[in-house]
Structures are given as structure tokens and as C-alpha cells.
Ligand binder design. Structure first.
Ligand SMILES: O=C1O[C@H](COP(=O)(O)O)[C@@H](O)[C@H](O)[C@H]1O
Length: 220
């Protein structure tokens, strides 16, 4: 059963999400020598990564980051989720983390200590899009950790096929946060709480999961 936290401002949400990721990574390094996090792309989480990357208490040289999903955009294209994360971490202690491109994780994804997800206004998370023919495979218990997904239709702002973590890969993380902002996405989330198929609003798979540590963060 997922938890829900409502923040008074986006800044408060960004601060708390950054601090939760930093704490999870720091604890993981002290427990087993390395910390792993998979991070969402898109526009919502950049301020989280900027705050997180400025935290000098995290042993960043022992942290391995990857992505929850990636747009298969040409090199240098601003739509690249990896490029966004690199830029957000630039210039702070967080740039000492190792950032592994998702296309290098297709053979074996290490267990993640924490995963930060976003959600689209169509209810997708990572790149598990409603309407994509690969959606059922990505949600299945026996899904590969990383799969190719072709959104159908391709979103106008980032019209590329994707690589995405599958639902079981996401649910194998120690902690999961879904960061959501704005009234439009709040109403999507409220609708997703109603009965209905996961294929219509894939985020229902997270809302209905029995993962012990999954929290939706929302701010207006
Ligand atoms: O395309 C994507 O969309 C979602 C949501 O992005 P946002 O711009 O609305 O915050 C994101 O979580 C995902 O990683 C990204 O590839």
C-alpha cells in the first residue's frame, strides 16, 4: 500500500526528496560500501537533483546512479534524460557519482537502494506508457529489468522510442518516491485511485503495489 505526502510548496517537496535520496545513498554506502539510485527524467525532478548534488555529506565517489528511463534521442539532444541529470549535478559534489547510461544496464541492473520516479499527465511512470504495445511486458512479473518501449503516440515534446525500467525492477528497490507537481497531475492521481485497468493509467500499478516503502510526493 503506497503512502501519500502533500507539501505546501514545490520547494518543500524538492528539499525532502533530495534529502531522502541523499540519506538512502549514505546509509547504503555505510552498510555495503556502495549506494545505488535510479532517477527519473523529464522536467519535474531537475531541482531535486540540483539540491541533492550540492549535499557534501554524501560519499558520492561510492554512489552509482542510473536512470528510470531514457529517450533514444540523438547524442547532444536536450531531450536526453541523462544529459539533464548530468547538468543538474554539474559543479557540485554530486558530480563525483558514477552515472551509468541506461543503455549500459540492459544486461544486468544492480539492486537499487532508492528510485525516484515522475508521472506524466497520461499516468505513465518511467517510460511505461498507456497505449504502448510493450506496456503489458513491462508490467509483467517476469519482465526483463530494462526494456524498449515505443510510446504510441510519440509524445510531441520528446518524440523518441524509450528504454525503461520494468515494474518488477522498480519494485525491487528498497525505497520508491514518485514526485508529482501541479493540479493537472493531482487530478490524474485522484482518478488513478478509482477502480479501473492499469493499462489505462499505468501509475495504478504503483498505487496498488504492496511494496513496503513507496511514497507519492505531491505539491501544487
Ligand atoms: O518522459 C518522461 O516523463 C515523465 C514525466 O516527466 P515530466 O516532464 O512531466 O516531469 C518522467 O518521469 C520520465 O522519466 C520521462 O522520461
Amino acid at each position: 500500500m503506497s503512502d501519500f505526502r502533500e507539501f505546501a510548496s514545490r520547494d518543500a517537496l524538492y528539499e525532502e526528496a533530495a534529502s531522502r535520496i541523499a540519506s538512502a545513498l549514505t546509509a547504503a554506502v555505510s552498510e555495503h560500501g556502495k549506494g545505488h539510485a535510479a532517477l527519473a527524467g523529464g522536467s519535474t525532478p531537475k531541482p531535486i537533483y540540483e539540491r541533492m548534488g550540492r549535499d557534501g555529506t554524501v560519499p558520492w565517489d561510492k554512489v552509482v546512479l542510473t536512470l528510470t528511463d531514457e529517450r533514444m534521442a540523438p547524442p547532444g539532444d536536450p531531450a536526453s534524460n541523462e544529459a539533464m541529470i548530468r547538468k543538474a549535478l554539474e559543479g557540485g559534489p554530486g558530480e563525483n557519482a558514477t552515472l551509468v547510461p541506461l543503455f549500459e544496464e540492459t544486461d544486468g541492473l544492480p539492486d537499487q537502494d532508492i528510485i525516484l520516479l515522475g508521472m506524466g499527465t497520461d499516468g505513465h511512470f518511467a517510460s511505461l506508457f498507456p497505449g504502448a504495445k510493450e506496456l503489458a511486458e513491462g508490467l509483467a512479473d517476469k519482465a526483463p529489468p530494462v526494456l524498449k518501449v515505443v510510446p504510441d503516440p510519440l509524445p510531441a515534446h520528446a518524440p523518441f522510442p524509450r528504454l525503461s525500467l520494468s515494474l518488477p525492477a522498480i519494485l525491487s528497490a528498497g525505497e520508491i518516491i514518485i514526485a508529482i507537481t501541479g493540479e493537472e497531475k493531482r487530478s490524474v492521481l485522484d482518478r488513478a485511485r478509482e477502480d479501473g485497468p492499469v493499462e489505462e493509467l499505468p501509475v495504478r500499478a504503483l498505487l496498488r503495489s504492496d511494496h513496503p516503502n513507496i511514497t507519492f510526493f505531491w505539491a501544487p
